[in-house]
Write a protein of this length. Sequence first.
Length: 459
Amino acid sequence: MTAVRRPAPKPNEFYKVSLCKHFLSGDCPFGDGCHFAHGEDELKKFPKPGFGEAAAPGGEKELSENMFGNQETTTVDYYQGGVAGGGKPSPILEPENASFFVVRAATYRDCSISTARGEWFVQRKYAEAVNNAFNGGRQIMVFFTVGDSKHIQGASLVTSLAAYVKSADHKHASKSKAAADDDGPFCYRFQCEWYRTCELPIATALEAAPDLLLPTSSTKYCQDMTSKTGEAVMKAVWNSPLCTLYESWTGGDYDDEAMADGKNPPPVGEAILTDFRCPLPTEIAWPTMPGPGFIFGCNSQTMDECLGRGLFGLPAHMRITASGIRPGSSIFLYNVSEKLIFGIFEALTTAQMNLEPKAFSKNPKAQTSPFPVQILVRISLECPPIHDDDPVLNDILRARVGGRIGPLTFAQTEALGSLIAHQCGALSYMTDYRRGVETGALNVSAPPIALPPRKIGTL
């Protein structure tokens, strides 16, 4: 029986138009299969517009909108269990008789730990405000936002007074110069029950509640609000799709006291509301900017153009879907032909229309790209891709609907980035580097990766 051989891919004019960063550092994990040039002798000139427009006989067709799903599955309710308004109902039935606060967490990790342990720490002055409301018989709802994420991550109901915890009274531990730190250490703990975890854009919350004031490091870490504003934010949170605040990239190990073996499957659907997970104390994730990420798409014929131009694109109907992308967002590229996910890339721009009108087009006279929703990117971490059938990858993205291409929650973004960084060894490099910086070791070498050392050293 004669073996069927896969046809050779059509030559692409964007192949090896830029130098490989790994090769310049001394070692490229892709070897001869790398899309980037290994030395000046391999470097090709960037193609002129119109070059190589003719398609090879029997060659692969131009990228089509079909691989991006349709508007119904890519712009609405991205997450299973995330139908707007679904899930566990709000415990507050009389908002006018309730008190509302929004707190600023340092990291998503802090929020995920809170969901699993049912507690939160505040400074003394805010503990007094919480206790006054609690002693007055008022229900207290607390909303959570993380640093500069520009999102609200969920809501919990306070179930106890805030009590002083001596072991948490680190009066001189903080080196922060933020004005909000003048309010003292976070050594007052109250118990809380989380009712909803989500990723509500602050812009959407402000549309619902124009009087909403957010906590900042330059003002305060806990901000109260009127009952009217609190009710509006509460409705916006409950109309935001459900999502997890933590996803494991280690194959199912979670810090959950109810799971001694740490091998229970991750929560899906309604279980998101009750089966909260948080990372193990020893887990170190890849540095990820707060906020959602995004998976763009390409095929074998457009991948080198994406990399050569440093430009990714989406069909026009995904413009709203991509509106959450901002400079610094973590971006991934899914090759639908090879079923491989490449990363990690960093967005340099917001999503804009036709940054390069002729991109991804076979027509040299094109006035608009077939994929006009575009961003510029740079390589944050260059490493071998992950195949679509990877079991950990599928755990991380299990709640995605409408295909691989589209927005990611922060938890999915961080887990996917950590998985990629772990598999190529970059995560261990980063861990060793950070440990060396923290211990003051001499001659600490920065990891041989594209991510700037300043971002690693400031964790």
